[in-house]
Design a protein around this ligand. Structure first.
Ligand SMILES: *Cc1c(COP(=O)(O)O)cnc(C)c1O
Length: 367
């Protein structure tokens, strides 16, 4: 039987094995482990790719969010608006910065709702954290307008949206800082944990550079604030530098696969699909292909019996569902969506035939 796992971790290494091995051998044999040439070259390449002044490699995406908040001057008691449809990391970074995460709703595109942001503003609101989920940048017009009118900062969780654009602007470049994760299953994944902060602001960049390295100023080695050990290690940076060369090619594949899903499944009234690749103001990188499906559990079982892996993002819970954290709020769309959302296989190592096979089986199920 044909097997299409949701994600194929071993294939990540196998696909460009010789290049990875020679990169590793070269880096390891020079003993270049921490804060070495590869890190700085990767930071420069990432900054150039996104057209930003500063890209700073850090330990992971969660640290990238936390450090961005700390460097932006978030303080104890501030409130930050963040969608409930996100990884818990967005909210825990806010919590650990001293601020309070206030959850907002999403719309049919599964991204932050400007309406809901407006409804949850208080005297204490200090920032909006759009989560650019599934490889798509939210419609930022409304968000920027609210931020401007109320003097709020924008700090993006763009961990799932490297290279995605709205009106020609890259995800991560709309506010004080943007954040990326290089977890292996991300569109640009390394062979472990990794992340980055991007910013055009000198003061934020220099603070993040200190925070990631125990508060030490890289210019004079003196400790100037309380920081962390939150560096991106050099071996991961070497892998990322290599993978970045192929990034546009890999995204092109994802967009082609999304187009197949869209053309084969678009007419099924039992499904809500993500917006297609040819969607006007947006350029999506399809980190995930997240749909809403009628009879979701039965569909997942049927696909599983046919060798096709699917996943519910966040294990099937949006973060308002974690009772012990006490984050719940008025979130009508999110509560409806969480009962129907699921992700179909989507990564650059799938073939057109694989995706067509998944479509065949979905169509068969609803027939
Ligand atoms: C992956 C991800 C993060 C950060 O994840 P790390 O595992 O810490 O790199 C944060 N937010 C979202 C939405 C993510 O998908």
């Amino acid at each position: 039987m044909k097997e299409i796992p949701f994600f194929n971790y071993p294939a990540l290494f196998a696909s460009r094995k010789e290049e990875y091995m020679s990169t590793l051998e070269d880096t390891l044999s020079r003993g270049a482990f921490i804060m070495q040439d590869e890190l700085f070259r990767f930071e420069e390449a990432l900054g150039n790719y996104l057209g930003v002044k500063h890209a700073i490699g850090v330990a992971d995406g969660t640290m990238a969010i936390l450090m961005s908040l700390m460097a932006s001057g978030i303080e104890e008691g501030d409130e930050i608006l963040v969608p409930a449809h996100t990884f818990i990391a967005s909210a825990s970074a806010i919590h650990h910065s001293g601020a309070k995460p206030v959850l907002v709703d999403c719309g049919a595109d599964h991204l932050i709702s400007a309406n809901s942001v407006e409804m949850n503003l208080t005297e204490k609101t200090k920032a909006i954290m759009p989560v650019q989920l599934n490889g798509r940048v939210a419609n930022m017009d409304g968000i920027e307008e609210i931020a401007k009118k109320n003097n709020l900062m924008i700090i993006e969780d763009s961990c799932q949206a490297l290279g995605a654009k709205f009106k020609g602007r890259y995800g991560g470049t709309f506010g004080e800082a943007g954040t990326f994760s290089f977890f292996p299953a991300k569109t640009l994944g390394c062979f472990g944990d990794g992340g980055a902060v991007i910013t055009n602001k000198e003061d934020i960049a220099s603070k993040v550079r200190m925070i990631r390295d125990h508060g030490r100023d890289p210019n004079d080695g003196k400790v100037k604030l309380f920081g962390f050990n939150g560096r991106l290690d050099n071996i991961q940076a070497a892998i990322l530098l290599l993978k970045l060369k192929y990034y546009d090619e890999d995204i092109k594949t994802r967009r082609r696969l999304a187009e197949i899903y869209n053309s084969r499944l678009g007419s099924l009234s039992t499904l809500l699909l993500p917006p297609p690749p040819s969607d006007g103001d947006h350029y999506d990188v399809y980190q995930n292909y997240e749909i809403e499906a009628d009879s979701r559990e039965e569909l997942r079982d049927f696909l599983f019996e046919n060798g096709i892996g699917t996943i519910l993002q966040w294990g099937g819970f949006t973060i308002n569902n974690f009772d012990k954290l006490g984050l719940d709020n008025n979130l009508p769309y999110t509560e409806k969506m969480v009962k129907k959302f699921m992700m179909l296989p989507m990564h650059h190592l799938l073939s057109d035939e694989d995706v067509n096979f998944v479509c065949d089986k979905i169509i068969e199920f609803y027939n």
